[in-house]
Design a protein around this ligand. Structure first.
Ligand SMILES: [Zn+2]
Ligand SMILES: [Zn+2]
Length: 447
């Protein structure tokens, strides 16, 4: 049940524990030290999740059965459905890539929506009958599954990839949009909306029984060593004999607890970063796709594709591909290297650390968008198949490029931003004395 008394929340990005007063709906409490959102309350979250989730599921089914797009070359029309695009890599012996597309565009979003609706229905039932939340292992397992797969839903990026493909082909041939294209657009929109409406604070309050946080106080942090924070439900767990040496599990959702271990985080981030850098070379040196035109076949790397589009006058598409495939992966790698390197410095001002944290947030947000080019190749390979007349075949670089994106995502995920705060010279937050004084809300006059 939603508690009307203040509660403690620990920031995932700087580690600071703050006391949060009862937070009305449609308000967000931000961390006083780094500005990260601690608790986000959504008004009527369960009805919004039911409405958006069910509508998205219906649209997803419809998207799979109608034509997605069609192309006309020299009077011959080729039409594809969404599922043709997603499985096209199977025909070119790239089963891993086809599985990745099917998972991130069809299966994971469907499981996510069904799981989210089920969890909110259980919590709503608990809230309606004023039943005390139980301790169901099944609900905990579903909660962990749903929120673990959330970062891997790439439906919005696939839609942008489809848009880029249309603009790319529009100058070369007649291309038309099918009904499934629009249903997919609304499906992607609703999935994003649904994930934003999932108020985890409300969900956990009605789904799981309240748990103890031990002797944790406002102002404590990950360096105090008296608690471990669950990355999934944000529950503060007191350090006990069972989780002080070996990783334990969150009392509330049973997700694995990771003790603060800067050395391990740095090593894993650096190793994954190096791996992505190694794959970045073949991703740029091998052809991304082969184009056949009147019997002549030629391969083009990512950069050659950008130059070709620029020379053809498709400036917006050239810039999108350049940004998504060259600039974003390089920026991610450079920023992560900079963050790792900056950890060598001691006693820096919190303002400097905050600027680094903004860089970390930037690469977290942009990380997934590099997949656009992989989706463009999949769509064009499925759509442009006219034998010797005209055809597109995926190149070896697609596989390596997908690996670059996956490894940079993992690298960012393993980087614990709380490490940035461990050597600051001014540990107090902007001169305020108590965490409550400097806790910030988006509706400032209410609290
Ligand atoms: Zn913070
Ligand atoms: Zn948890």
């Amino acid at each position: 049940m939603i508690s009307h008394s203040p509660f403690l929340a620990a920031c995932q990005e700087c580690g600071k524990v703050s006391r949060v007063p009862h937070l009305p709906e449609d308000q967000t409490a931000f961390c006083p030290r780094c500005g990260n959102s601690l608790v986000v309350r959504i008004k009527g979250c369960h009805t919004k999740v039911f409405a958006y989730g069910l509508a998205a599921l219906i649209l997803q089914v419809v998207s799979c059965f109608f034509p997605f797009m069609a192309i006309d070359v020299e009077g011959i029309t080729q039409q594809v459905a969404l599922i043709d695009v997603l499985i096209v890599f199977f025909y070119f012996h790239k089963a891993a890539l086809a599985s990745l597309l099917l998972l991130t565009i069809i299966f994971l979003p469907a499981f996510y929506l069904v799981g989210l609706i089920t969890l909110f229905a259980m919590a709503w039932y608990s809230a309606t009958v004023q039943k005390h939340p139980g301790d169901s292992a099944w609900a905990k397992r579903l909660f962990r599954f749903v929120f673990c797969i959330e970062p891997w839903l790439l439906v919005d990026i696939f839609f942008i990839g489809a848009l880029v493909s249309i603009i790319k082909m529009a100058s070369l041939s007649d291309i038309s949009i099918g009904n499934a294209f629009w249903t997919y657009f609304f499906f992607a929109l609703l999935v994003v909306k649904c994930s934003r409406m999932a108020d985890r604070h409300w969900l956990c309050a009605y789904l799981f029984a309240p748990v103890s946080i031990g002797d944790v106080q406002p102002g404590d942090s990950h360096l105090t060593g008296n608690h471990l924070v669950c990355r999934l439900c944000n529950q503060i767990n007191p350090v006990t004999d069972s989780n002080v040496d070996a990783p334990g599990h969150c009392q509330r959702c049973h997700f694995r607890l990771y003790p603060y271990n800067p050395g391990q985080s740095i090593r894993l981030t650096a190793a994954l970063l190096m791996t992505s850098l190694i794959f970045y070379f073949p991703a740029n040196l091998y052809p991304m796709m082969y184009t056949t035109s009147f019997g002549d076949s030629s391969g083009s790397t990512i950069m050659e594709g950008v130059i070709f589009l620029w020379n053809e006058g498709s400036y917006p598409v050239a810039l999108v591909i350049l940004a998504a495939s060259i600039i974003l992966p390089l920026s991610k790698m450079l920023i992560l290297t900079h963050l790792l390197w900056s950890l060598r410095r001691q006693g820096e001002a919190s303002q400097v650390v905050l600027e680094r944290l903004h860089l970390y947030r930037f690469i977290e947000v942009i990380g997934r968008w590099s997949m656009i080019d992989v989706f463009v190749v999949a769509i064009l390979s499925a759509l442009v198949q006219f034998g010797e007349l005209m055809g597109v075949t995926p190149g070896r670089a697609v596989f390596y490029f997908a690996l670059v994106v996956i490894f940079t995502l993992l690298s960012t995920g393993f980087f614990d931003p709380r490490i940035l705060w461990q050597n600051i010279s001014d540990p107090d937050c902007h001169g305020h004395k108590t965490p409550k004084d400097c806790l910030r809300f988006d509706n400032k006059e209410a609290l």
